[in-house]
Design a protein around this ligand. Structure first.
Ligand code: GRG
Length: 297
């Protein structure tokens, strides 16, 4: 049995070191922008997505240096999405990872630009994988997958639909669709980039990994709704009850907390079902999925 928390800590340290190396120095002009980028991405964070990249890639024998670049690219995009999500025009949240949100620490213009620059840096890092470590056509596939999953039919599209939800009634089916785009797709991208880092091109395996990511992502977002209600602001590191304040429909709001917990478990079981189908050595991925639905922040 692996010590999962040691493993998660190891992934965190590894990706943080890699991110640090990729960020421009705070002494480089425009210093304020570079400070904000650093603040937004090196301010804590569980690094669950990075761990998914590492755990998937390691199960398939990927080169650690490729995994460092892939996990860095994913966490840079994730940090960018949180910066923009917190902006007054979107969720208007002042607190992130227990600290002032980027636009509060700096200002709105700086936060918007820092987010933009993190997004661009993500693709720069991903496209910078050495040809000696990974075939260029696989590297290109990674870039295509990531851009599809975060673009207008992916995370950005999910956020657009989510933003329009304020004060609206919605069916559970539509909400699940938004969660898929907004949250699951970056989880899927993390897993698929991990697999591609190992040169994996088996369509059946990739399809099972994608379905695993899809359901793990839905469970992750429903759990996020639940802890957003049940856990206090200090523990969450972001405002408790912010979906209620923003009048955003969530699973607990639509079907109640108990049913939301049941639905989370259904998605968790589906995720594990598709993980088993991969026939990989998946102990770390199972632990990560359990962590995703039990975390307190
Ligand atoms: C991708 C082009 C493009 C635009 C981004 C702003 C935006 C559009 C998307 C935001 C999507 C979003 C915030 C989804 C919520 C996902 C979620 C539950 C995030 C929290 O993730 P954790 O708990 O956070 O892993 P830490 O802080 O641990 O990293």
């Amino acid at each position: 049995m692996i010590d999962f928390y040691d493993y998660l800590d190891h992934c965190r340290q590894r990706v943080n070191y890699s991110i640090e190396k990729q960020l421009p120095s705070v002494h480089k002009v425009p210093c304020q922008l570079h400070k904000a980028m650093r603040y937004a991405v090196l301010n804590g964070g569980k690094r669950v997505r990075a761990a998914l990249v590492y755990a998937t890639g390691e199960a398939l024998g990927a080169d650690g240096r490729v995994l460092d670049k892939a996990s860095t690219a994913i966490e840079l995009i994730h940090a960018f999405s949180l910066v923009h999500d917190d902006l007054p025009a979107i969720d208007n949240d002042d607190l992130r990872r227990g600290k002032p949100a980027c636009h509060k620490k700096f200002d709105e213009a700086t936060a918007i630009l820092a987010g933009d620059a993190l997004l661009v840096l993500s693709f720069r890092v991903l496209s910078g994988i050495s040809q000696r470590q990974l075939a260029p056509e696989i590297n290109l596939k990674m870039i295509q997958i990531l851009s599809n999953y975060v673009g207008s039919c992916g995370m950005a599209g999910g956020e657009m639909l989510d933003t329009a939800l304020q004060d609206q009634t919605i069916t559970l089916r539509k909400l699940a669709f938004i969660y898929k785009l907004k949250t699951s797709y970056l989880i899927c991208a993390s897993i698929l980039l991990g697999a591609l880092s190992a040169n994996c091109q088996d369509p059946k395996l990739l399809a099972n990994l994608e379905k695993f990511g899809l359901y793990a992502g839905l469970a992750f977002q429903i759990h996020d709704d639940i802890i957003g209600i049940e856990v206090d602001t200090a523990t969450l590191g972001k405002p408790q009850g912010s979906d209620i304040t923003n009048k955003k429909p969530t699973y607990p709001q639509l079907i109640g907390l108990d049913q939301a917990k049941r639905q989370k478990k259904i998605y968790f079981d589906k995720a594990l079902h598709f993980l088993e189908q991969t026939q990989l050595k998946y102990e770390k991925l199972t632990c990560l999925t359990q962590f995703i639905i039990q975390r307190i922040n």
